[in-house]
Design a protein around this ligand. Structure first.
Ligand SMILES: [Mg+2]
Length: 306
């Protein structure tokens, strides 16, 4: 069975379809965050144009996109080794402006748009103010929230999961890290504000076919911290599922963030890595499969046809 995706999906998904607990990542798994990001970056322009002028704004946004793409490539482990040095330097810069956040919460956030636009400004020789950072990122997130691009294969899977197991999938999603620029280039983190923002953004997905049976946001403890997944497993344990038959399916686009830790914490869990750039599904081992579309899972729930 090891190498046959159909056999893997039939064994883990179809045969257990009534008792599975599904846990899905959101960004770049259910919604095309990368494409949304590109539009949202454009939406920042009016907020910056008024104080920076058109030319400097375009330069800053170019740097912002480059920084974000480098971090996302590393997150999805698609960067090649030649870029590793640049990436490490970038990661250090992202961390260096979160000293008090690290001290207070024990970790930093990689994808805070407030941090990334501020770094982009630095790369263009500009020291953006808290107002510029705040108004630009407000415009960015307003666009991200208003027009989520849900992948076409996601709503069907969610409906089939609900029909087969009686439960909507649980959603595990990172913090949006809505920070505020304070003094000396250091950022401040209001956990309640950041959490409320992400909850509202996820609630909006309901209008686009993505309902959920429980929401786990990484504010303040985020994926892949084992504490984050321990909280999630406590919830899974509370669900009405016979322990002997329980199997939790972790779905995500990042092995490191979404799959590696929960599988190491719990033997009754399998992983589905969603790599939309790959050509066909591939079994890694008995507990992990790579798929290029969520339709493979929908077809498995319908009886293994694809
Ligand atoms: Mg993701």
């Amino acid at each position: 069975m090891a190498g046959d995706p159909d056999a893997w999906l039939s064994h883990h998904i179809f045969e257990n379809r009534a008792s599975l607990v599904w846990v899905s990542d959101v960004d770049d798994t259910l919604v095309d965050t990368k494409a949304m990001h590109s539009k949202a970056a454009e939406a920042m322009a009016p907020a910056l144009n008024s104080t920076l002028g058109v030319s400097k704004t375009q330069h800053v946004l170019h740097c912002f996109r480059a920084t974000f793409d480098a971090l996302l490539d590393a997150h999805q482990e698609s960067h090649d080794s030649e870029d590793a040095t640049d990436y490490t330097a970038l990661e250090e810069r992202v961390e260096d402006c979160q000293i008090s956040i690290r001290r207070r919460w024990g970790a930093t956030k990689r994808f805070s748009r407030e941090v990334l636009i501020w770094i982009a400004g630095q790369d263009c020789g500009l020291a953006l103010t808290a107002d510029q950072v705040g108004s630009a990122t407000d415009a960015y997130w307003a666009e991200m929230t208003a027009r989520p691009q849900v992948f076409a294969d996601a709503p069907e899977l969610f409906t089939l999961v609900r029909e087969n197991s009686g439960l909507w999938p649980l959603l595990m999603t990172s913090s949006d890290a809505r920070f505020h620029l304070g003094l000396d280039g250091q950022f401040e983190y209001d956990v309640a504000r950041s959490l409320a923002f992400k909850e509202a953004r996820i609630a909006k997905l309901n209008d686009f076919g993505i309902s959920h049976g429980g929401l786990f946001v990484g504010d303040p403890v985020d994926k892949p911290d084992p504490e984050y997944f321990a909280r999630l497993f406590t919830h899974v344990d509370s669900l009405q599922r016979p322990k002997s038959k329980r199997l939790t399916v972790f779905l995500g686009d990042s092995y490191r963030s979404d799959i590696e830790v929960p599988l190491s914490l719990n033997t009754q869990a399998v992983g589905v890595l969603v790599d939309r750039g790959t050509l066909k599904p591939r079994v890694v081992d008995d507990r992990l499969i790579v798929v290029n579309t969520l339709s493979h899972l929908s077809d498995a729930l319908k009886g293994g046809r694809r």
